[in-house]
Design a protein around this ligand. Structure first.
Ligand code: S3P
Length: 449
């Protein structure tokens, strides 16, 4: 199965220690937001370090369809001439967000309070994912979603003609839902309020303030209360996109498990809403030094020096889930090599990602000879420690980039190689993954068992 073309099988084999510097590309979440806020601003936004993954390219194309001018000046260097809050034009064609849940959900929010209609679709993975979590709160503003049973794409969103502001308590910890509501609130008069019981990634809040919105965040017994004043004039900004900690996770985890490795991954976000994996790895005994802490593109970052480490299984608390939600697949791969059992709780949101990631990891790890247990909200991996992981399997990736990369990392240490049936989705978030890993000395290549 492939979202954008023929499947590309890929294989990873045990090889030499990894060494060198791993410069991972720009943050996917921040890249989407920079394009969308640029399109909603008056004047020019200049973006450097933009992730040129397919997900983000699809969002760039969508912003053009809504009337913004989006131009690529060079690698990662883009400009957006925006149309201002409330200035979106009605797109002349269907908006295809490809594989990207973030893209489609944020864009639906951004257009929901404009007097226009738009029809959204995506690839086979995105068409299976729930959209009701976004269209329900957007209906409170006055927007109307018309589409398939069960709130799946394709769907048409009829923007609110007379939007009203909303107070919304998030029923699921989701930065995408929070962001969709805040972006819709931009073109509603008065104050839109979002309450989240658990803190999720806060890039939308940070960036909205940076573009000139009046937004406050208060920690209360009910949770994080975010208040946005509607109808601001956003002005174009310069945005330097920091590197993606969710992409950094793959070389970091690879270096931890491949004997003799030592790598440096520069400029990795230490934003507390994103750094749960690194906290977890350190608890497992990972040798990670956080060097040169500083600020880049409005985010706290550090250079990570990572050395091969003997890891032990731990309990990952449910409260940490939001801060490492995209990193559980690679953590599960690493946990299979640890001494002892790793219990991951509070992970049910993984079931509605690009694939059901609990199921995909459980089946793939079992095929590689690892014992796992799963419940709806829990994944347990019985680490094989010194016994090592047999491997020797072709794993189904279900159009999911992070499942593909997680098993290619695992295959660097298994007794027999590990192949994935389709590595093409890796291009959605980390198009240089193969080259970067080979540059560190990893044996990953197109091919199969
Ligand atoms: C994202 C939020 C998370 C994450 C996704 C990116 C974002 O999704 O899994 O990869 O940029 O807001 P949820 O909001 O569904 O948790």
């Amino acid at each position: 199965m492939s979202g954008h073309g023929d499947p590309v099988p890929m294989i990873a084999r045990k090889g030499a220690a990894l060494c060198g510097v791993a410069e991972v590309p720009g943050d996917k979440s921040i890249s989407h937001r920079a394009l969308i806020l640029g399109a909603l601003s008056v004047g020019r936004t200049e973006i450097t370090g933009l992730l040129e993954g397919q997900d983000v390219l699809d969002t760039a194309k969508a912003m053009q369809a809504f009337g913004a001018t989006v131009e690529r000046l060079g690698p990662g260097h883009w400009i957006v001439d925006g149309v201002g809050v409330g200035g979106f034009a009605e797109p002349a064609d269907v908006i295809d967000c490809g594989n990207s849940g973030t893209g489609v959900r944020l864009i639906m929010g951004a257009m929901a309070t404009s007097p226009i209609n738009a029809t959204f679709t995506g690839d086979a993975s995105l068409r299976k994912r729930p959209m009701g979590r976004v269209t329900d709160p957007l209906a409170l503003f006055g927007a109307q979603a018309v589409g398939r049973e069960g709130g799946r794409l394709p769907l048409t969103l009829v923007g609110a003609r007379n939007p009203v502001p909303v107070r919304y308590v998030l029923p699921v910890p989701s930065a995408q839902v929070k962001s969709a509501v805040l972006l819709a609130g931009l073109n509603a008069p008065g104050q839109t309020v979002v309450v989240e019981a658990e803190a999720t990634r806060d890039h939308t809040e940070r960036m909205l303030k940076g573009f000139g919105a009046e937004l406050s965040v208060e920690d209360t017994p009910e949770g994080r209360v975010i208040t946005l004043q509607g109808r601001p004039e956003l002005t174009g900004q310069s945005v330097a996109v920091p590197r993606d900690p969710s992409s950094a996770a793959f070389p970091v985890c690879a270096a931890l498990i491949v004997p003799g490795s030592e790598i440096v991954v520069p400029g990795v976000s230490q934003n507390p809403t994103r750094n749960g994996l690194f906290t977890t790895l350190v608890e497992m005994g990972a040798d990670i030094a956080f060097e040169n802490p500083r600020e880049e593109g409005g985010e706290p970052v550090a250079d990570l020096r990572v050395r091969h480490s003997a890891l032990k299984g731990i309990e990952v608390p449910a409260e940490r889930a939001a801060s490492m939600i995209d990193e559980y697949p690679v953590l599960a791969a690493v946990a299979s090599l640890a001494e002892g059992t790793t219990v991951m709780r509070g992970v049910k949101e993984l079931r509605v990602k690009e694939s059901d990631r609990i199921d995909a990891m459980a089946r793939g790890l079992e095929a590689c000879g690892v014992t796992v247990e799963e419940e709806r909200d829990v994944l347990v991996v019985h680490g094989r420690g010194a016994a090592g992981v047999p491997g020797g399997a072709i794993v189904a990736t279900h159009i999911d980039h992070r499942i593909a990369m997680s098993f290619l990392v695992l295959g660097l240490v298994t007794d027999r190689p590990v192949a994935v049936d389709d590595a093409s989705p890796i291009a959605t978030s980390f198009p240089v993954f193969g080259d970067l890993m080979r540059g560190l000395g990893a044996d990953v290549a197109e091919g199969s068992l």
